[in-house]
Design a protein around this ligand. Structure first.
Ligand code: SAM
Length: 245
């Protein structure tokens, strides 16, 4: 069927691609990807050969319009280098334009580093905020963290090895006494998830400079109004005691 198929690809372990994704890749007309070499490797691992078109959010309007035009009569798959397209990756403009043009758009779920990291960390996950990469400039990063510090949720960031210690130090300054987890090389041979305080983890990674890809997670702020719960409990108890038996 013609249209746009958003397909998640592995974030390390090549086994992490769904049967449906492999089927759609095998039957599509073309694959739009960030880097034809990266996607070419995955395709040859799967034994599938299709035209690969380079696409990212910096591609100009004309290139995007051309791609959308083709989706009227061709099945086009969108992948990124790794994981779920659009999540800190290109694609949202393409999806927006395809939908506006009345193209059939569907999304095939699969690996996403943020979700894998969150589940592995053991941090509370009833509420979480995915915030992509922190700004790399010191002041902008401090400002962003100040804003995030007030949010009552687990925070998820994408991070790189060379910047990890700087980010942990900035987190320690902006929101000390939080539980922090660093998930590294997820689904790969040297997968690691380490938890502690931001200061403790900064010390560890100063001594052991981290290699590879990283998800950095910060637990929610400590419950400020714990006493409010106690008041509720006391009231309930008092009301029970008042009931005639
Ligand atoms: N779209 C991807 C996804 O769904 O996870 C994310 C793309 S983003 C450009 C790349 C970042 O994702 C890396 O810098 C790292 O922070 C994170 N990441 C990707 N693969 C990872 C892995 N195997 N382990 C830990 N983090 C990973």
């Amino acid at each position: 069927l013609p249209g746009l198929y958003i397909v998640a690809t592995p974030i390390g372990n090549l086994g992490d691609i769904t049967l449906r994704s492999v089927d759609v890749l095998g039957r599509c007309d073309a694959v739009a990807c960030e880097d034809t070499r990266v996607t070419g490797k995955l395709m040859s691992h799967l034994g599938i050969s299709k035209p690969l078109w380079r696409y990212n959010d910096h591609s100009d309007e004309a290139a995007r319009a051309n791609l959308v035009q083709r989706m009227h009569d061709q099945a086009v798959v969108l992948v990124s280098d790794a994981g779920t397209p659009l999540i800190s990756d290109p694609g949202y403009r393409l999806v927006q334009d395809a939908r506006a043009a009345g193209i059939m758009v569907t999304s095939l779920p699969g690996a996403c580093a943020a979700v894998v990291g969150l589940t592995l960390s053991g941090l509370p996950n009833d509420r979480f905020l995915f915030a992509g990469f922190l700004p790399s400039k010191e002041q902008a990063r401090a400002r962003a963290l100040e804003e995030f510090a007030a949010i009552d949720a687990t925070l998820l960031f994408y991070e790189t090895g060379p910047r990890l210690v700087k980010s942990l130090t900035a987190i320690d300054a902006a929101m000390p006494a939080r539980q922090v987890s660093v998930a590294r090389e997820l689904t790969k041979m040297f997968e690691e998830c380490r938890s502690g305080t931001a200061a403790g983890l900064a010390a560890h990674y100063t001594d052991n400079p981290p290699k590879g890809e990283i998800v950095l997670m910060v637990g929610p702020p400590p419950q400020k109004d714990a006493s409010a719960f106690d008041v509720d409990a006391l009231l309930t108890e008092a009301l029970k005691a008042d009931k005639p038996s």
